[in-house]
Design a binder for this molecule. Structure first.
Ligand code: SAH
Length: 214
């Protein structure tokens, strides 16, 4: 729909490009994925606003700028196999699938996983597999991954995710206390893991063995 396309254009210009996201592939992807179709009818009119949006189960889709920033930091290319932890609505998985070869997305809430799968199928995304489980342990059957993105906050970087990161791989995730975290970028280079810290963020908690208690 023209209205939503215009809103996406404005979202990319004012919220994303203006704040310093430069990767043209990321900007193009944010312009093309219909964010409004990943949320319920009631909040659809606000889908392109400069804030997170509520989805089912007390969860949220991150603010557009944060989705774009994490995607840019992840530096995804067509030859990559990607793990997306915390499927939620499936929006971030769709963004990743536009840039990667194969996306595995894991969600702990079966109902959220089911809805996301339906949305993604209806939009024709065939290279995304949605799994149900505790993503704080990664998703071993499809490991290793060239890229891993976590959209829920962990108290510390989960060892399983580092273990499932291929050589040359990158992991982007929020780490820190329950109500305030830092966005961290981990790289697997020459048998070593390096960490750099990006910006302060607030995410819903990663609940699981290497996350927080339910
Ligand atoms: N990326 C999503 C938004 C994520 S919100 C989107 O684009 O819509 C964070 C999601 O992480 C929630 O859906 C929550 O249920 C899920 N989650 C929390 N802990 C998890 C875990 N251990 N494994 C998998 N998913 C988890």
């Amino acid at each position: 729909m023209k209205r939503y396309q215009d809103e996406r254009e404005r979202m990319v210009t004012y919220q994303i490009a203006n704040r310093g996201i430069e990767d043209e592939r990321v900007l193009e992807t944010m312009r093309s994925v219909p964010r409004h179709l990943f949320v319920s009818q009631e909040v659809r009119g606000n889908a392109y606003a400069d804030n997170p949006i509520k989805i089912a189960g007390g969860q949220t889709i991150s603010q557009p700028y944060i989705v774009a920033l994490m995607t840019e930091l992840l530096d995804v290319h067509p030859e990559h196999r990607v793990l997306d932890v915390g499927t939620g609505s499936g929006y971030q998985a769709a963004i990743l699938a536009e840039l990667a070869g194969e996306v595995h997305s894991i969600e702990r809430h079966p109902e959220l996983a089911r809805t996301a799968r339906e949305t993604l199928e209806s939009l024709g995304y065939q290279r995304i597999k949605v799994h149900v489980g505790d993503g704080s342990q990664g998703y071993p059957p499809a490991a290793p991954y060239d890229r891993i993105l976590v959209a829920a906050a962990a108290p510390a970087v989960p060892q399983a995710l580092l273990d499932q990161l291929a050589p040359g791989g990158r992991l982007v995730l929020p780490v820190g206390p329950r109500y305030s975290q830092q966005l961290e970028v981990w790289q697997h280079i020459d048998d070593q893991f390096t960490r750099s810290v990006n910006i302060p963020v607030v995410f819903v908690p990663l609940i699981g063995e290497a996350g927080w208690d339910d």
